[in-house]
Design a protein around this ligand. Structure first.
Ligand code: B3K
Ligand code: ZN
Length: 894
């Protein structure tokens, strides 16, 4: 497969100012009549190259004259014309087959409805077009279909007319006043329920907000509409950005490759990120819905009004929009709280975001698919919707926010819109706007070294050296950064020294009793300072430090780096108990737990060597449990051990089963050691929640999380009565969070009959609700006793299908990615390879994601490494692999 290079970008030689599409919609065969106004930009005789895939050509004409085949070249993916005129109307009539389209890219059927997904390169499966984001057009769309089967016909923008046609058909005409790239085109046809509300935007305009769902799902759309309204208000108040449409629609689809899609005015969502009520959705789902609805809405400005010049710039819109959705969620969680509680609430969100980064992005940055947030090359762009582009991209935006401060960052955003509204631009254009503000704010400084974050892959390491001299009362801090070549960097030039990055490094110092020490250096002073680390090694001297300090490093995770500093266990415990900065406080506890786990895993699960550290961890947790100043949500994060996937990155060679055993053993020990603590927490949280009707707000979600965390430790430790309590909680719950809080420990620890009865009861209760049945599959897929044979048996269940991405993810992905005890064996690897190949026939984008499950194979213990390599080679030998899977597997093997 050819590799596309960022440096090869050339502008498109034509403009296509207007696009007029008429769809004759039917699931079996849909006809598309496209009428394009085309204007040559370059005077030269550049051909007009249009992309097209899986289309059937009916006719082509220019200014009304039908072209015969000798006037164009057509193959499987391109249509090439050689127009003589400088401006003309091109008409193309073609057909496609939505019901046969299992890739879920382009126009496809889901349930009884029709949906589109065009980003990145799906529009070419609808009609021949310049399928690239820098060609922007005004769209008029006419949809015709059977009226009974498809009473709702939706597209971007405003509805111009709707009328009946002969033979039980009808048509709707939509016009989108905003020029857009074709990846933001959308249509939906189906029979839906709709919840709606008219709001008044800041400037006094009326806007209609709508959430469409399958018939019968209406009661589960209230939260989504509420989230949408709050998103609109938040973007006005925090970013000064107002909704630019009269109508904003969200439609829920059962079959969807990703979370959701920001099509202009017509967002299409995976139903998992729309539908929720107390009975069927967990607190985590409510929270995820809020963040995805915010994310897609915020794209309306960052992505749609200003879009990407080419797909290498994907992080321009994704990193920025993830940063914005993270801030939205944090602001929602902190709403109405006094300052200290607000900080704690925001920190809980920060902890969750950093955990997500470490779970998915750090491994990616250390593996064969490592790439800069702005990649330099790709074979298949669908493979680059990655944790690096999204989550690390958001960290790179967040660092700019840290360097400029909120007012400076907002000034930079205003400058970005002033310069580029309505354009397709690059990451450099964004940093230029921020840099213009930064230079004004801090004369002599600029973002030159900072820009390297866009060009380099790999997670940098910052090592910290601290020297204290009691005579002079000075503390000398030296920070050194390094980042070894990774991924393609390693192939291209393994010896190259990567230039240093600009790392904003936030830190504080604590006295032996945990009290903060005022930092004074070079005209800066404060309890937290953000140091500008721009060189490979830099030193700072802090004055008037009257006692040997304990450093609190990388506060609030001020940069996406790994910090290396030799703390003693006691210093970590001190920070975990006393650090006034809540993120670093959490981090210290996690570091102590990590030490225990790695020591245990190194000794095949025997915890003797780690005894002292475990006792210290337990004592620290007991103190934190009793600290009334900390919120239940925060405590839950403290009491959650780092996941296997985060821990794997810290082990060399990686031994996943040993880690899984160690983690289980430590959970059991902490369950036993802190029995009274768990009991108190459980009772307290029950009392807090008692008598309240379910609400997904952050405070009650936090109380439920802590209650269920305490229960899980009690069950893990086989405390007497704990299983019965979990069972009671499962059967009596009045909301899905508590139901899962009871069922999860049962499935992992209860005797077979108790477990089977509960699972059968669950299936029976919820079989009509696919999103709940996804939970049922996922819970079994991740249970520690589940084997490959169990998963195969579940795949034979009538409710299972590989064709629905949510279902495939709930069982196959959950097992391959998150069941460490089940999948790391020869049968597990063979199962994985089989599923990659089976999925590749159905949906290459989804298959390529599963193909990445063992990206870290080269760092595993030798026996496992060999076994996985065999499977990689087996996949590679398969004829007719998709470009998606080919790219992943070939990179894994180099
Ligand atoms: N922009 C979409 C991504 C869809 C890509 C599918 N290949 C979702 C989002 O980031 O908002
Ligand atoms: Zn996005």
């Amino acid at each position: 497969a050819p590799t596309i290079l960022r440096q090869d970008y050339t502008p498109y030689p034509f403009r296509i100012p207007t696009v007029d599409l008429t769809f004759d919609l039917a699931p079996g065969l849909t006809q598309v009549h496209s009428r394009l106004s085309v204007e040559r930009i370059h005077p030269e005789a550049a051909p007009l190259v249009l992309n097209g895939e899986a289309l059937n050509l009916i006719s082509i004409s220019i200014d009304g004259h039908v072209l015969s085949p000798e006037h164009y070249q057509l193959d499987d993916h391109q249509l090439i014309l050689h127009p003589e005129k400088a401006a003309f109307t091109l008409e193309i009539i073609s057909t496609c087959r939505p019901a046969e389209n299992t890739s879920l890219m382009g126009l496809y059927q889901s349930g009884h409805s029709l949906f589109t997904q065009c980003e990145a390169e799906g529009f070419r499966r609808i009609t021949w077009f310049a399928d690239r984001p820098d060609v922007m057009s005004r769209y008029t769309v006419t949809l015709q279909a059977d009226k009974t089967q498809f009473p709702h016909l939706l597209s971007n923008g405003n509805l111009l007319h709707h009328q009946a046609l002969p033979d039980g058909r009808h048509q709707a005409v939509w016009e989108d006043p905003h020029p857009k790239p074709c990846y933001l085109f959308a249509l939906v046809a189906g029979d839906f329920d709709c919840r709606e509300k008219t709001i008044t935007t800041r400037s006094g305009r009326q806007a209609l907000l709508q959430v469409y769902c399958d018939k019968g799902d209406y009661p589960r759309t209230a939260w989504a509409l509420d989230c949408l309204e709050r998103s609109v208000l938040w973007d006005e108040s925090r970013f000064n950005l107002e909704l630019d449409l009269d109508r904003f629609m969200i439609v829920a689809a059962r079959d969807f490759n990703m979370g959701a899609m920001e099509n202009k005015g017509l967002n299409i969502f995976n139903s998992a990120y729309v539908l929720a009520d107390a009975q069927t959705a967990t607190d985590a789902s409510f929270e995820a819905i809020e963040s995805v609805i915010g994310h897609e809405y915020f794209h309306n400005w960052t992505g749609n009004r200003i879009t990407c010049r080419d797909w290498f710039q994907l992080s321009l819109k994704e990193g920025l929009t993830v940063f914005r959705d993270q801030e939205f969620s944090a602001d929602m969680m902190a709403r109405g709280l006094p300052d200290s509680a607000a900080l704690s609430a925001r920190t809980v969100k920060r902890i969750d975001d950093v955990t997500a980064l470490r779970t998915a992005q750090f491994p990616e940055d250390a593996g064969p698919m490592a790439h800069p947030i702005r990649p330099d090359s790709y074979q298949e762009i669908g493979n680059f919707y990655t944790a690096t582009v999204y989550e690390k991209g958001a960290e790179v935006i967040r660092m700019q926010h840290t360097l400029l401060g909120e007012p400076g960052f907002q000034a930079g955003m205003a400058e970005y819109f002033r310069r580029h509204d309505g354009q397709a631009v690059t990451c450099d254009d964004f940093v230029n706007a921020m840099d213009s503000v930064y230079r004004q704010q801090a004369p002599g400084k600029d973002l030159a070294a900072f820009r390297r974050w866009y060009a380099q892959a790999g997670t940098p390491r910052v090592s910290v050296d601290l020297q204290y001299d009691p005579q002079t009362a000075q503390c000398v801090l030296t920070l050194s950064q390094r980042c070894d070549p990774v991924g393609v960097e390693k192939l291209q030039n393994p010896a190259v020294a990567k230039p240093p990055l600009h790392i904003p490094f936030a830190l504080g110092l604590l006295g032996a009793d945990g009290s903060p020490i005022l930092l004074e250096t070079d005209g800066l002073s404060g309890e937290t300072l953000v140091l500008d680390l721009t060189q490979t090694t830099q030193t700072w001297v802090f004055k008037n430090v009257t006692q040997r300090p304990v450093p609190s490093l990388l506060r609030n995770f001020s940069a996406p780096v790994i910090v290396e500093y030799n703390y003693t266990d006691e210093e970590l415990a001190l920070l975990a108990r006393k650090d006034p900065e809540p993120f670093s406080r959490w981090e210290a506890g996690q570091s102590l737990a990590t030490r225990c786990l790695l020591a245990m895993a190194g000794k095949q699960g025997q915890s003797g060597t780690a005894k002292a550290a475990i006792d210290l961890l337990a004592a620290t947790w007991a103190d934190i449990a009793g600290d009334a100043s900390l919120s239940p949500a925060y405590k839950t994060r403290v009491f959650t051990l780092p996941s296997e996937r985060v821990l794997l990155e810290k082990m060399s060679p990686i031994n996943p089963p040993a880690l899984a055993l160690a983690r289980r053993a430590l959970r059991r020990q902490l369950g036993q050691a802190l029995q009274d603590t768990w009991q108190t927490l459980y009772d307290d949280m029950c009392a807090t929640l008692d008598g309240q009707t379910y609400s997904p707000d952050a405070a009650s979600a936090g109380a439920r999380a802590l209650k269920n965390c305490a229960l899980a430790y009690q069950v893990a430790a086989t405390v007497s009565g704990a299983l019965e309590r979990a069972e009671r909680q499962y059967y009596n719950a009045d909301n899905m969070t508590d139901r899962m809080g009871g069922l999860t420990p049962l499935v992992n620890h209860a005797p077979e009959d108790v477990k089977t009865r509960a699972l059968a009861h669950f299936y029976d209760q919820w079989q009509a609700n696919p999103l709940v049945i996804d939970r049922w599959f996922a819970l079994q897929a991740t249970a520690s006793s589940t084997t490959v044979a169990d998963v195969q048996a579940l795949m034979a269940h009538p409710a299972f299908t590989l064709r629905n991405p949510n279902r495939a993810r709930s069982l196959v992905f959950q097992f391959c990615l998150n069941n460490i005890q089940g999948v790391y064996c020869e049968a597990g690897y063979a199962f994985w390879a089989e599923q990659v190949m089976a999925l590749d026939q159905i949906n290459p984008e989804i298959a390529a994601r599963l193909a990445r499950a063992f990206d870290h194979w080269g760092r595993l213990v030798p026996k496992e490494r060999q076994a996985i390599k065999l499977q990689l080679e087996k996949i590679m030998q398969r004829p007719s692999l998709s470009r998606n899977v080919y790219e992943i597997i070939s990179k894994a093997l180099t």
